[in-house]
Design a protein around this ligand. Sequence first.
Ligand SMILES: Cc1cc2nc3c(=O)[nH]c(=O)nc-3n(C[C@H](O)[C@H](O)[C@H](O)COP(=O)(O)OP(=O)(O)OC[C@H]3O[C@@H](n4cnc5c(N)ncnc54)[C@H](O)[C@@H]3O)c2cc1C
Length: 450
Amino acid sequence: MKRSHPSTEIYDIVGIGFGPANIALAIALEELHPDKSFRFVDSQKQIVWQNEMLFENALDVYSNIQNSPHRDLATPRNPRSRYSFLNYLHENGLFWTQLNLNMSMPLRPDFANYIAWVAENFRDHFIGGTWVTGIEPRGDHYAIKCDNGPELLARHVVLGTGRPPQIPEQFQDITNPNCIHFTKYNSSIDAMVAGNAKRIAIVGSSQTAAEIVLHLTKMHPQVEVDVIMRRFGFPLKDTTPFVSEIYFPEFTDLYFNSSEAMKRRIDRDVYGTNYGTADEDVIQEIYQQIYYDKLAGRNKLELHRLSEINNVRDKGGKIEITINDRMHTRTFDKAYDGVILATGFVNYGPHPHNQKIPNLLQPLQHLLQLERGAVSVGRKYDLALTPEAPGKILMNGLCEVTHGMGDAGSISLMSLRAAEIASKAFEPADSADPATALGDADTELHPVIA
Ligand SMILES: Cc1cc2nc3c(=O)[nH]c(=O)nc-3n(C[C@H](O)[C@H](O)[C@H](O)COP(=O)(O)OP(=O)(O)OC[C@H]3O[C@@H](n4cnc5c(N)ncnc54)[C@H](O)[C@@H]3O)c2cc1C
């Protein structure tokens, strides 16, 4: 997919990352701003949506998506878009059979193919297989530095990189390569098992943790799997309709304009729609799996519930964890050949569990107007910058702290957000939003609950 581009052209927008968020932006740019030039850069050569969690055994119940397919990368903004999920089915000869499956949430590989199909439509605007290593102000534009490929020049930059993995403090000094965040699961698990990993721990109780439990126990039945979770059991995801209104467009305004205390209140109420919880089908399947094992006299899957991880050490090629099991009031050490952290992602913001500035923007601090040490984001996703900044920098899919849980954790609002980002980028510089959705310094949003 790589194309060579003259490095002297200054694009109106360069987007870093070409996941769903920036793919939705590409659609919005083509449909709403056909006179503007743009390029996207991604480290992946071919776009595969959440490739580390895309499992081959697609027909198992746990491999369907978590949103209506009509809340795709285009339809909520433009139901007549040629980039809809429906048109993907139509153009790929899948329409009749897919509808005949009678699945309200399509299979994840199907939706991944949809995303790849849209990305492919933008192949002339996309440079793959390249890491962006830096952004430099240069005269009236930015230079985007790539590790492998040409430097790109842009009037405005959109960060659509996805969020960084959340690594719990206890694991931060572990050097064993078999201790991974789930965003490395697919590319690590076969080698881990081939390297004779006999006992693997999964940390967390989310949908991701549950899916990995099922994948690992089915694909590698010889491995003993432990799940370590703070919760009493896998909590059920809240899919009830009032709470699911966080994925409505109006919610973004409500959340952005709320006080910090109100944001905290809302987060507490809606947390279980997206984090630390799992769908009923996967929970049931895990329960049945444990029961089948019991019938067969096996004990391959063990849950450490109501359990805290006190301490972790690299020890003799293994990862030794001190588990404080509050269910049985005991603390013990257990050694694992591998650990998979299903512990979510880090948000950007000023709160203690947040990262204050995205890594790519660290060298640009002289251009950033920080608020409580963190990037300050306007309602239309533009960062507050000093007058010396040559153009706008906007964040696409990285604004959960200011814009609410519909922002980073879901595809549902991506098409609408993309249109807002595109129109904000091309607005005259002096019409900047007063960017402050951050409230009092002493309040904190929820950390990820594993
Ligand atoms: C396992 C999983 C399943 C999910 N399922 C659903 C679902 O069913 N429904 C739903 O609504 N939401 C779902 N989500 C939530 C959300 O929709 C996805 O996380 C979505 O992929 C986010 O899109 P994004 O473009 O913001 O980030 P990403 O998909 O993470 O894409 C970011 C891209 O940026 C690239 N990149 C990052 N840094 C650089 C760099 N420096 N240089 C070059 N490239 C870079 C990466 O290679 C990547 O391709 C899921 C999330 C996960 C983790």
